[in-house]
Design a protein around this ligand. Sequence first.
Ligand code: WTA
Length: 700
Amino acid sequence: MAAPSPSPSNTETMLQEHRSFPPPPAFAAGAHLSSIEQYEALHARSLEDPDGFWAEVAADLHWFRKWDRVLRWEAPDPVWFGGAKTNLCFNCLDRQVDAGLGDRPAILWEAEAMGPDGAPIVESWSYAGLLEETSRCANALKAMGVKKGDVVTIYMGMVPQLAIAMLACARIGAVHSVIFGGFSAAAIADRVVDGNSRFVITCDGSYRRGRVVPLKATVEEALQREGAGIVTDVLVYRRTRDADAPFTAKADGGRDHDWAELVHQQSDDCPAEEMDAEDPLFILYTSGSTGKPKGILHTTAGYMVWAYLTSRLTFDLAGHGDGPRRAGRAGDDRLPWSPGPVDRQSDAPVDIYWCTADCGWITGHSYIVYGLLPNRVPTLMYEGAPDFPAKDRFWDIVERHRVTKFYTAPTAIRAFMKWGDEHVEKHDLSTLRVLGTVGEPINPEAWMWYREKIGGGTCPIVDTWWQTETGGHMLTPLPGATTAVPGSCGKPMLGVSASVVREDGRPAGVNEGGMLVIDKPWPGMLRGIHGDRQRFVDTYWSAVEGKYCPADGARRDENGNFWIMGRTDDVIVVAGHNLGTMEVESALVAHARVAEAAVVGFPHEVKGNGIAAFVIPHGDVPAPGSDGEAAERDALIAHVGRELGPIARPDQIRFTPALPKTRSGKIMRRLLRSVAAGEEVTSDVSTLEDPAILDKLLGR
Ligand code: WTA
């Protein structure tokens, strides 16, 4: 296994972290899970009797037909809820409407720009309203020729229509493949080709810091690329009404359909397709060790149950019609968090939940849309940037919407810290009850700041470790039950068996770093990599026989809490987003000036990891410190931004005549990491093919 990549949290200070924060007693008293003993008993039961446990969890949701068997497992292929028929969109929308909650808010949306009167632009979508628009959109997809099982590519900004597009696909059994709206034309083309996707849903543009991001133009560019011409139909939601956005109607020989026409001329009646439990639900691409992104496949029933349960427990959710908590329901033998029959008269408070992620990432799939709507909890979508029009925008939103549960990334928290406390202190954040983080390790300093400044010194913090592949939370504190320690992602979710092993697969000792593995199947686990069975088996299932290997380094402390130490493969987590070093290297090598490139991560104050690229140019190495060097560096940074998207832009580019290689020809990345971090080079350089190269890299 490779050394875990550096990150600010992966330091000595974490080994000395002794602060711990038990749940506040008043919070615990009203929580779904309210003690460590209760967590431990349920966790043990979930692993000893998965069939019984998951059958009870699944009973909270709607099934057209119940399963024959809860789990059939032959590694690495599970069948969860085999024989069942269900529909995730139905569980998100129809179920609430049928229970008489149709008029309640389901999605709250806030535009980035303020209205003409200076007031925020807010839309509240009820379950009934969403169901109507989703059904129309689903009928529009059918009119375009989309059939069950077809892959539909979605490339949109954060508008309600993005959630509607996803739900419409789920409704008719089309498989969505959402691409983050900051990705490039090349990224879209690759995914369209890999997914054999003939349909695209996009916007003319989206807003970011007041500027228009030309989404439709980027789609057009993507469809010119090799192989991407398979796309026959593009549905365009006009968000920016930007006259420059290319549009050629299908009727005029193009591919395009206007949402306002096609969707709005459809009937609002579109019965949800009865899906088999293991029917594909979506593909979501994530970076891997090789240049080609992996299309992670999730299926219907298991993912649905997993997104529902993990949302409910991690954020201790209270939804519309839930009625009083278990404490108020004597003699009830359901699981403690089960809402039971809808109580329309209930005046118990309902959460207002806000996850700041984009729907283009798994966090947006599971914890903006698919986990929240079945919990009947209003979920807030914000269109834009955290510093627009000012650096207090997030706190302004929390205050105005009276947000109770808030979920963001450590990289954002570190940026807020830098911006200064005054932006936070302007606002009343006293409605907040649980704070979450996701995407990368959170350093204890940022954790403490989050707790004190945002959480008023009382809100439990849930540091959730999981992956695109896991569908939902795997390791996390549970806010009413477990004691949180800054920098640790806590204990396994119910149903998850996790351990840390040495390279030979034997268990690591207490506090001994090793590979994190998941020992047993869980409902939300990935079912494959689209179109690449061998890569699926090799990537996740070959390090330790029969166990899922996420490629993260970790240790478990004396209290059973997990600490993530960084990736063990060639993925760098930059500002919470996975980037393959190979992807960035390939993008660099595609530039005429570059002969060879090696990319590594280095600790970055805000982003967790930054990207450093060592580049061997064709011809002369530009003189260090010269204008020529600066110009070449800027050109390469811009080039990578165009190829892969702005997130992948290198923070450092160093030109070098050669790269440090072992005699067997392997690039010594550990050494490059030290150079990029500005550290003393302590790695053994005796195996270097050309020891003089180190001096050149260090400019000696
Ligand atoms: C990292 C995002 C430490 C980890 C949901 C993982 C984390 C990768 C945490 C998955 C956390 C995610 N603490 N590291 N709480 N959460 N990671 O697929 O390296 O975009 O393997 O899923 O992010 O990233 P992905």
